[in-house]
Design a protein around this ligand. Structure first.
Ligand SMILES: Cc1cc2nc3c(=O)[nH]c(=O)nc-3n(C[C@H](O)[C@H](O)[C@H](O)COP(=O)(O)O)c2cc1C
Length: 299
């Protein structure tokens, strides 16, 4: 996670509302003299800063807004595109709860996802309120606390490298500092950098006997995040929780998952604190078209 920042701020237009600062996941922006400024040189190019700016003052220069031509003539495609392009990973929630009925509706959208061999061997575990989310976050944080302690130990890093590859060394280089900072802020300032203060979550687990367990969960999760957008809710996929659950099966036990189930997706849900008036953008990319004559299949 780290490309050179391509964010530019038009100081004439910036009103100093601070929304771009609040939504930037890489904490690259800050208010200086009442105006947004870039203060770090690495970012994810997610475009959240420009998407949230109601004044059109912030722009990530290497992002474009690709629009399918079909939306000009096809209303259903246009509606779908509106939902797909306006969905953002939400990392700022209000404290308002999401009703259990709405969370169940989101799960119903998930159920409509395709699954390999139509297995549908999934379970959707709803964490219905902030207390349930925090309880799960504490279990996930315990895993990262242990892993950080292990990564601090040079002898353990060497031992692991000899027998299991450089897993701990890699972790130490890539994640250790970020996790230490997040745990510190969680412990001392009550900041939740894992679930971002979400008031609910949906955990998708799938029975290991399913032919495409991972893919099934991902498709269900995508339905859920799009449905959340359509219902004016914020959502965010929490890969850090999935990774912890993959490495420490006790995290699944914390949720009393059905036997044989593994967690493949965790979706934070809540009411977004800030509206996003614009789409964020994507790096420009054209599809590769390979016809049969290119592969020598047909002459
Ligand atoms: C598999 C996966 C895991 C992710 N894990 C996290 C996470 O742990 N925390 C987080 O804040 N965002 C997470 N994200 C959100 C991405 O950072 C986000 O999708 C990306 O920056 C693009 O922004 P957008 O979703 O607003 O378009 C994850 C996304 C995916 C697809």
């Amino acid at each position: 996670m780290g490309y050179q920042v391509q964010t530019v701020v038009d100081l004439e237009k910036c009103t100093g509302c601070g929304r771009c600062v609040a939504v930037c996941p890489s904490e690259c922006l800050a208010l200086v003299d009442g105006r947004c400024r870039v203060v770090k040189d690495r970012c994810m190019h997610c475009g959240q800063c420009g998407a949230v700016c109601a004044d059109g003052a912030v722009r990530v220069t290497d992002l474009t807004v690709p629009v399918p031509a079909a939306i000009q003539t096809n209303d259903r495609a246009a509606q779908l595109f509106q939902i797909v392009s306006m969905r953002r990973s939400c990392r700022n929630y209000t404290q308002a709860p999401v009703s259990t009925g709405i969370l169940q509706d989101l799960v119903t959208f998930g159920l409509w996802a395709p699954s390999g061999t139509n297995a549908q061997k999934w379970a959707f575990t709803i964490l219905p309120d902030r207390a349930a989310v925090v309880s799960f976050a504490v279990a996930v944080a315990a895993f990262y606390r242990r892993t950080n302690r292990q990564a601090e130990n040079p002898l353990l890093r060497l031992y692991t490298k000899l027998f299991r590859g450089d897993v701990l060394g890699r972790y130490r280089r890539r994640y250790y500092d970020q996790i230490r900072d997040a745990l510190d802020r969680f412990d001392h300032r009550g900041e939740d950098l894992l679930f971002h203060g979400a008031t609910a979550a949906i955990v998708i687990s799938v029975d290991q006997s399913a032919s495409c367990a991972h893919d099934d969960a991902i498709h269900a999760a995508q339905n859920i995040v799009l449905a959340a957008e359509a219902m004016d809710l914020g959502s965010c996929l929490i890969g850090f929780a999935v990774e912890a659950a993959r490495r420490d099966r006790r995290i699944g036990q914390h949720l009393q998952l059905p036997a044989g189930h593994h967690i493949y997706s965790v979706v934070a849900i809540g009411h977004p604190r800030y509206p996003y008036p614009h789409p964020s953008g994507r790096r420009p990319l054209s599809p590769r078209i390979v016809s049969a004559k290119d592969t020598g299949g047909l002459s």
